[in-house]
Design a protein around this ligand. Structure first.
Ligand SMILES: Cc1cc2nc3c(=O)[nH]c(=O)nc-3n(C[C@H](O)[C@H](O)[C@H](O)COP(=O)(O)OP(=O)(O)OC[C@H]3O[C@@H](n4cnc5c(N)ncnc54)[C@H](O)[C@@H]3O)c2cc1C
Length: 392
């Protein structure tokens, strides 16, 4: 199957690429390219640059500051941004809680949160997982007990990415203990600086502060900060990703990594370093897998744009996209071995593996390990496919 961009889509792609060339700060793109994290200030600046253009929230409705783009346009935008090494905006605000506030929030909540998310004036983090609730999320135990006009929250959330940078946290809390698990959960928006909230760091095996554990002790949260009805938080949580469920194929990130892989091979060829044939074969195989993934994504996005019902497709896209980026990481890692040998053999005095490239390989490999766990593990995606597609 071929999927050629229409002339309008090609013009749109050009417009996005031109904007990126003119506005994305070079030092930020360079950091993203070598896998280093960007600072909160840099991400805030980039978010505001996109917001000024009206492009910060491609998925939001126009009346709330979105672009009105369809899914295919959003895919084109995403791929162009990753190819230019633009940093991804905060997914918690733009892809998760923002759309949920739009759908379930009161007009007062719209006014309070949406403009601030768009302009990076307010950063959210996600308080779903708990020490005893991960894949089985409905078993959350953090409780919120009504006391006058407030809830009093007690419990703990874990694996909370970015809590150290966030101003607010959105949480699933138990408000009813006497009903089926899913029917006793509410969705709260909580100021993380409230008295009784404690954020403790959790470090990944690369030494980076990747997560936090957040503790709540008698934290008072006004009832007006509940999103959706009481005990109906599961409905909010399920719809939270909305259309974004379909943007999980990680095509853009895969393309970025493949681009780096090919660039590295080319650079070594220019230096006269000969890599084993199987490296080239594997790159071709990975590229074919990536093309198949992109074709499938575009096909599904086009069908969704035309109004088709979406079932287990996001699970398939997430599974394939996260496995593919990890396979690319493995090849990059193996190349480090080959190049280390070549470095000795060539004896040119010039390092075949320069530190920036090694940093990119190592940090990407650590970072991407989480892709097959976060947002629903691969085993859970297999279960969904087995049930919904194979009828097992
Ligand atoms: C990089 C990263 C960032 C994260 N950020 C956040 C965040 O910001 N906020 C947040 O709330 N959470 C976050 N998480 C947590 C993430 O959502 C959970 O790790 C995930 O839901 C899995 O839950 P768990 O870790 O408790 O593992 P468990 O659910 O205990 O699973 C353990 C193992 O059992 C398998 N398993 C579980 N159930 C089944 C089943 N029914 N059938 C077959 N196998 C099964 C799983 O696949 C896994 O291999 C993050 C995780 C990662 C890796």
């Amino acid at each position: 199957m071929r999927y050629d961009l229409t002339p309008e889509q090609a013009a749109f792609k050009d417009e996005v690429e031109t904007f990126l060339r003119e506005h994305l700060p070079e030092h930020v793109a360079a950091k993203v390219k070598r896998g280093a994290g960007v600072s909160k200030e840099e991400l805030t600046h980039w978010t505001r640059t996109l917001n000024a253009k009206g492009w910060a929230a491609p998925a939001w409705p126009v009346e709330h500051g979105g672009t009105g783009w369809n899914l295919v346009q959003r895919h084109i935008f995403d791929v162009a941004c990753r190819a230019a090494h633009a940093p991804a905006l905060s997914g918690f605000g733009f892809n998760m809680v923002g759309p949920a506030i739009i759908k379930f929030g009161t007009p007062q909540q719209h006014a309070q949160f949406l403009p601030k998310i768009l302009n990076a004036d307010l950063w959210f983090c996600q308080g779903y997982s708990e020490p005893q609730a991960g894949s089985d999320l409905a078993s959350v135990r953090t409780r919120a007990d009504k006391d006058g006009d407030d809830y009093v929250v007690n419990g703990s959330k874990i694996w909370t990415s970015g809590a150290e940078l966030a101003d607010w946290i959105f949480c699933l809390v138990r408000t009813n203990h006497d009903v089926q698990q899913q029917k006793g959960i509410s969705f709260l928006l909580l100021d993380i600086t409230s008295p009784g909230v404690e954020v403790k760091p959790l470090y990944a095996f690369n030494g980076k502060r990747l997560w936090n554990q957040v503790f709540f002790e008698n934290v008072r949260v006004p009832v007006t900060q509940r999103l959706g009805d009481e005990d109906k938080g599961w409905t909010v949580a399920k719809s939270l990703l909305g259309d974004e469920r379909l943007m999980v194929s990680r095509v853009a990130e895969n393309k970025r990594v493949l681009g780096m892989l090919k660039e590295a091979v080319q650079q070594q060829a220019q230096r006269g370093v000969v890599l084993p044939d199987d490296v080239q074969d594997e790159i071709s195989a990975l590229e074919i897998r990536l093309q198949a993934l992109e074709m499938t994504s575009l096909r599904i996005l086009t069908e969704a744009d035309a109004g088709s019902q979406i079932g287990a497709e996001p699970s398939m896209l997430k599974l394939k996209g996260s496995e593919l980026v990890q396979a690319q990481d493995e090849l990059l890692f193996r190349m480090v071995d080959h190049l280390a040998l070549a470095q000795d053999a060539a004896n040119t005095g010039e390092a075949a593996i320069n530190p920036a490239w090694a940093e990119f390989v190592a940090s990407g490999r650590y970072h991407h390990r989480g892709y097959t766990i976060a947002g629903g593990s691969s085993e859970v995606q297999h279960n969904i496919i087995a049930k919904q597609v194979l009828g097992l």
